[in-house]
Design a protein around this ligand. Structure first.
Ligand code: ADP
Ligand code: MG
Length: 699
């Protein structure tokens, strides 16, 4: 008899080939089958009297087989056709199947059957073509009809019917052995079903009410399991010996004085939160979030300077070369006239840049500076993670646009120091409860204000035929001395997708449409020096119109750019559109974002509509989450939410909160999960989070 942790291959009817097909869907053990939840359900529990079945409707009927026959094969050469008729006293309906010769023997006249399918008119008869069916034997409940039926996402080579049978058989053989992983008091507090009832009812619900209760319980379980590693990680950090930065208030104030603007209250508050973390011996793990353009970089830079005044190095990791370059310029500009400490030989902080396209010599020099400590602040891409990068005394890490990095990448940088402080920045603000789930191990600071004196951004969606209007508008603005971005989803034209692409459009703009204007082009794969040259020209106003791909999504900061035209806007995600729009409206002038779009799908229409309606990043993020669901929203590279199979953090925030509180209590009681009562919980945690063992056992 197989047990829960047996490979599926032990099941009857599952050979190596089928086991492989299941494996590709992530189903390897019996247990995985039980946790392979239906994608949706169909209520086939209500039977329609056959006499009142409407043509074209999809219905469940129940009746007696009164005839069966194979239709003559010559009608459809070589195709086996099998037909039965079923009556229930109100009428008669036919059902046909093609090329399923085993059915001839399966049905017998006199059988009670249930059929589920679409009723069509065929030669004056009402007929279902290949309906789902079930012969009612005794009182046993059907799997495929006559009930609320689960519909699964199918592994290759499986039909709904076969998968249902498989899951049902595993449920039946394992149900008595299922171990409860939620502590009893937790279940009692929230009136949650036990595990056996939950798994039974999530797959084969007795009724809608039980299905909902099963769903609640399993969603709670998922939240609960997911919170534990986060909470443990956070607690573990409390015990670690981090760096105590003696950041002087006077030093910070002298930096403020050197800035060309006053910080917003919100920026000041966040900076205080960060600095107070830095002063404490506990290693900082703080998320700094705020809408694009709210001024996160400045705050992070001030924190970095704080670290430098205490004799430590700081590292900024950013996702693109353009952004690295721009941060350097920005920082150097802010630092003009700034002195770090009287006693240092080198009074100005020294900035180093590290990206993968440095030539060997530049790279060698920078690496040497990082190693001997002459470089105070390093700004770089993921090149910072390379083995050859050794810091003299790394104290503070800033990770910008964290969603662009994978979890493992984010975890690598801190290892280049000894429990350094980490500040993680994101411009995709999310509702607070949700950030608890995703970043439950982080502390949170939010910049809620925009700097004063920013021009408004107007957004408008144009149909494809109206494209010329957008170009005319660009021309007008350039005439007034402003600059414009023209964004395309692709660099090169592709044969498959008939989309306009940056390169060819650049040519068209340069040679025809904007022949009299100065047009530039940037895209991600471009050589670094060319990219830089063009960006510099744009910043200096020597390029009027910049044609670009989504490289512009992060960081570019040119206050004089007031128009952005996004072509094929339906192809971009909502948050991505918002990030790009954040490139304009940075100066005092009113700005305009024009979408040229042909949204065909409902989702695309919803995105465009939401985008035009608001410029508030929090609202945009919430809409985006709703449209895409958390899994896709955070992307596969993000841990956590993408792995949630059943729980929906947006719709079930109350459950999430409750699960988090209960997880907290449990960890306080049993931090090592050593209590035998928590054995199953621990087993499940190890199973789902292979890296989890480290937290508990080692730390
Ligand atoms: P984010 O990284 O949050 O998108 P940045 O830090 O790049 O935003 O800031 C956007 C622009 O606003 C930069 O040019 C920055 O110098 C400027 N800025 C930041 N804070 C302020 C402020 N308090 N007042 C005026 N301008 C500011
Ligand atoms: Mg930024």
């Amino acid at each position: 008899m197989p047990i829960l942790s047996s490979p599926v291959q032990y099941l009857k009817g599952i050979g190596p080939k089928r086991a492989q097909d299941l494996g590709r869907t992530g189903i390897n053990l019996l247990e995985d089958l039980l946790y392979y939840f239906p994608r949706r359900y169909e209520d086939r529990s209500q039977f329609k009297p056959i006499g009142s079945v409407d043509i074209g409707s999809t219905v469940t009927v129940k009746g007696e087989v009164i005839s069966k026959k194979g239709r003559p094969a010559y009608l459809r050469r070589g195709i086996d056709i099998f037909e039965i008729s079923v009556a229930d006293g109100t009428g008669r309906i036919f059902a046909v199947w093609f090329n399923q010769p085993f059915l001839h023997k399966y049905f017998n006249v006199g059988d009670q059957v249930i059929l589920y399918g679409k009723a069509d008119l065929y030669r004056d008869k009402i007929q279902m073509s290949s309906p789902d069916f079930e012969i009612i034997e005794d009182k046993e409940a059907g799997l495929d009809v006559g009930r609320i039926v689960p519909i699964y996402r199918l592994p290759q080579g499986f039909s709904q019917r076969v998968l249902r049978k498989l899951i049902k058989s595993v449920l039946e053989s394992q149900i008595t052995r299922l171990q409860e992983l939620l502590p009893y008091d937790v279940r009692a507090r929230h009136s949650l079903l036990n595990i056996a009832q939950s798994l039974l009812n999530i797959h084969f619900p007795q009724n809608e009410k039980m299905r909902l209760r099963a769903y609640q319980r399993l969603a709670f379980e998922e939240f609960f399991l997911y919170q534990i590693p986060l909470i443990l990680r956070k607690l573990k950090r409390r015990d670690k010996a981090g760096i105590v930065f003696d950041v002087k208030e006077s030093a910070l104030e002298s930096f403020f004085g050197k800035l060309p603007f006053a910080l917003t209250d919100s920026q000041k508050k966040c900076l205080q939160e960060i600095v107070s973390d830095m002063r404490s011996p506990r290693p900082m793990q703080r998320l700094l979030q705020g809408d694009v353009g709210c001024g996160k970089t400045v705050v992070a830079l001030l924190a970095a300077l704080g670290a430098v005044t205490c004799g430590w190095q700081a590292a900024f990791m950013v996702p693109t070369e353009i952004l690295a370059q721009q941060h350097v310029e920005k920082i150097c500009q802010l630092l003009t006239g700034l002195q770090i400490a009287e006693h240092r030989e080198q009074k100005k902080p020294k900035i180093g840049v590290l990206t993968s396209s440095l030539d060997d010599e530049e790279k060698k020099a920078t690496l040497a500076g990082i190693k001997n400590g002459s470089v105070d602040i390093v700004i770089g891409t993921h090149a910072l993670l390379e083995e050859g990068v050794v810091f003299h005394k790394l104290g503070l890490i800033v990770i910008d646009e964290q969603h662009k990095f994978g979890v493992s990448q984010r975890a690598l940088l801190p290892r280049k120091g000894v429990n350094p402080d980490c500040l993680i920045m994101t411009a995709t603000p999310i509702p607070r409860t949700l950030s608890l789930t995703l970043y439950g191990d982080l502390d949170l600071s939010t910049i809620t204000q925009m700097p004063a004196g920013r021009g408004k951004i107007m957004t408008q969606a144009l149909a494809i035929e109206e494209r010329q209007k957008a170009y005319d508008f660009v021309r007008e603005e350039v005439k007034k001395g402003r600059q414009a971005y023209l964004i395309y989803p692709l660099v090169e034209e592709s044969e498959k997708l008939e989309l306009r692409a940056a390169k060819s459009m650049y040519k068209e703009f340069k040679d025809e449409i904007f022949k009299d204007l100065k047009v530039g082009l940037v895209y991600g794969k471009m050589k670094r020096d060319e990219q830089e040259k063009t960006m510099k020209k744009f910043r200096d106003g020597k390029v009027d119109v910049l044609v670009a791909t989504t490289v512009l999504e992060v960081g570019i900061d040119v206050a004089n750019a007031t128009v952005m035209v996004i072509e094929h806007a339906e192809r971009f995600g909502l948050s991505q559109l918002h990030q790009m729009r954040g490139r304009i409206g940075r100066g005092v002038h009113e700005s305009h974002c024009l979408l040229v779009a042909d949204p065909k799908s409902e989702d695309a229409q919803a995105r465009i509509k939401a985008f035009v309606a608001t410029t508030d990043g929090f609202k945009i993020a919430e809409e985006d989450l709703k449209i895409r669901g958390p899994g896709e929203f955070f992307g596969e590279r993000q841990h956590g939410l993408a792995d949630l199979k059943i729980a929906d953090p947006l719709a079930q925030m109350h459950l999430l909160k409750a699960a988090r509180e209960d997880a907290h209590k449990l960890i306080e009681r049993d931090p090592k999960l050593a209590d035998p009562k928590n054995a199953e919980l621990k087993r499940q945690l190890y199973r789902r989070f292979p890296e989890f063992e480290r937290f508990v056992e080692v730390g």
